[in-house]
Design a protein around this ligand. Structure first.
Ligand SMILES: Nc1ncnc2c1ncn2[C@@H]1O[C@H](COP(=O)(O)OP(=O)(O)OP(=O)(O)O)[C@@H](O)[C@H]1O
Length: 266
């Protein structure tokens, strides 16, 4: 599915926290959404998910592979059920203590597919999503008893159960140990679904993302392949850090080597 942001902006608390962002994450691949704290990543994901209506510009979706390709439509204009079958958002730390089992939490992702009688045409969808997120062994546990990393896997399973064509993830590697971070991002990268993940770890973004979108104070600072975008000059300008960017000797991907120096703002 094609996802296009055209001049997207919104004001919150009296100022533009996302301001005129143009971006087209590559279809069927994983894009990283980067930027310092407060740069507008979560707000942009909420705009892309249609949870916030842009006050400027639009987020458009279209599916060129569909038998009857629909013209690009603004996400926020889609009916809620239709939108939920297109776009899933994994929010940051959405860990309320609900009295549900893991299987019931993942089944929440199937609500957009339920008929008026409450039945779901695809009885295996919850089990498939649990297995894909390496959470099948947790299926009968009470949600409230899970660790942070286990919850994160279940959140992914719930988003997968939604079978979205666009998957949005806000810091999906939070709470995960290093091996689980790598597996999570490799898994999302290989899904073949247009995915956008807000990430703080620049090396994870450089290793797993085909494309990165960098925000700075609500505006687009740069976008493109990590090797082109993540330059020492950009890291200095956007994050205020001093770094060298090396090439990994085996993977050929960029590696950001921080010197430990924080540079004064320009
Ligand atoms: N409801 C709101 N009312 C007022 N200001 C808001 C609101 N929501 C977010 N903001 C502000 O908008 C800016 C962008 O916030 P956002 O959460 O999108 O940033 P972020 O890049 O996701 O940050 P972080 O990396 O810290 O999670 C911040 O300055 C934040 O304080």
């Amino acid at each position: 599915m094609e996802l296009t942001m055209v001049g997207v902006g919104t004001r919150l608390g009296g100022r533009w926290v996302v301001d005129g962002v143009d971006a087209t994450p590559p279809a069927g691949a994983l894009a990283g959404l980067l930027g310092p704290n407060g740069a507008g990543k979560t707000t942009l994901l909420r705009l892309v998910a249609g949870l916030l209506e842009p006050q400027a510009g639009a987020v458009l979706v279209s599916d060129p592979a569909a038998a009857d390709p629909t013209p690009s439509v603004p996400v926020h204009a889609l009916a809620r059920r239709v939108r939920a079958r297109h776009v899933a958002l994994l929010e940051q730390d959405s860990g309320a203590a609900v009295p549900l089992s893991v299987r019931e939490v993942v089944a929440l992702g199937r609500i957009p597919y339920r008929t008026l009688w409450g039945t779901d045409g695809d009885a295996g969808a919850v089990d498939r999503a649990l297995a894909a997120a390496s959470a099948a062994h947790l299926a009968d546990r009470a949600w409230a008893t899970l660790s942070g990393g286990e919850r994160q896997r279940v959140h992914i399973a719930r988003a997968l159960a939604q079978e979205p064509q666009v998957l949005l993830l806000d810091e999906p590697t939070n709470h995960l140990d290093v091996a689980a971070q790598l597996s999570m991002l490799a898994f999302v990268r290989d899904l073949g679904v247009t995915s956008v993940a807000a990430l703080h770890d620049l090396n994870l973004a450089a290793a797993f993302c085909e494309h990165v979108i960098v925000l700075s104070a609500g505006r687009l600072a740069a976008a493109g392949p990590p090797a082109d975008v993540l330059t020492p000059a950009l890291l200095r300008e956007v994050y205020g850090v001093d770094a060298d960017v090396l090439t990994h000797p085996r993977t050929g991907r960029p590696v950001i080597a921080l010197t430990g120096q924080v540079t004064p703002p320009p």
